[in-house]
Design a binder for this molecule. Structure first.
Ligand code: SAH
Length: 227
């Protein structure tokens, strides 16, 4: 049986993720170490597995957060601008801000109002300054449309699986920017797609890891059977 490791602290967890090869750089290690998953995951925060946060969704597993930050690390720099679509618990939104040394802007967009409140409360536990200084801006809305008015973005992360290539989001990347998004339907293979917009606007797409994410969908579809 495949058993995901359970650790007892952020240090334990990050050391484990480093050993397993998910954390490959000091910058990702340091960013994750600054954001205690216990502030964001209601149960088993140091276990390397997704945890339910209600509304039919989960906070992603720590190894996926690490994996995505490794893919985005060169695009998360001081003064930069990033978008986190489907921020859920808010964990990765804060980690992205930490990658920028608290000196960039991360816009988060989430379509469930209660999760917007949940993330806001989670972030306020130890990182309220980032909200106060607009280093993190949380927006309630349909992430499939992105957030054009606050873009364009050096990078975009999507925390839910898009059925098709999300062209609205690609449009909101700067030239030289990167989008990391799981693509695929619920009953087919999903893969992390790394979509780069070249200096001339040329798009290149690379498919990497096979994954299982909750869908990027409508509020109605997500909450089916929940209430
Ligand atoms: N990175 C988050 C992932 C949460 S799960 C974390 O680790 O906590 C995926 C999130 O995407 C859920 O919170 C879900 O509500 C949200 N989501 C799904 N479809 C969406 C849409 N169309 N617009 C915005 N958010 C969406």
């Amino acid at each position: 049986m495949f058993y995901r490791s359970s650790y007892h602290s952020m240090k334990d967890l990050c050391n484990g993720l480093e050993k397993e090869g998910y954390i490959q750089s000091k910058s990702v290690y340091n960013a994750l170490m600054q954001v205690d998953r216990a502030d964001f995951a209601p149960r088993f925060p140091y276990q390397d597995s997704p945890q339910p946060i209600n509304y039919n969704v989960t906070i992603s597993a720590p190894h996926m957060h690490a994996y995505c930050l490794e893919l985005l690390k060169n695009y998360l720099f001081p003064g930069g601008r990033a978008l986190d679509v489907g921020f859920g618990s808010g964990y990765l939104t804060v980690a992205m801000s930490k990658m920028m040394g608290d000196k960039g802007t991360v816009v988060g967009i989430e379509h469930i109002k209660q999760l917007c409140d949940f993330a806001n409360g989670n972030i306020c536990k130890h990182h309220k300054n980032l909200l106060d200084k607009d280093k993190i801006i949380l927006i309630e809305g349909d992430g499939r449309l992105g957030c054009k008015q606050l873009g364009p973005y050096n990078c975009i992360h999507v925390g839910a699986a898009s059925k098709e290539l999300p062209t609205n989001l690609i449009d909101q990347l700067v030239e030289g920017g990167r989008l990391v998004v799981p693509v695929g339907g619920q009953n087919e293979g999903q893969y992390i797609n790394i979509i780069d917009k070249g200096r001339n606007g040329k798009i290149t797409i690379r498919k990497e890891l096979s994954v299982r994410y909750v869908p990027l969908t409508s509020v109605k579809n997500q909450l089916k059977g929940y209430y």
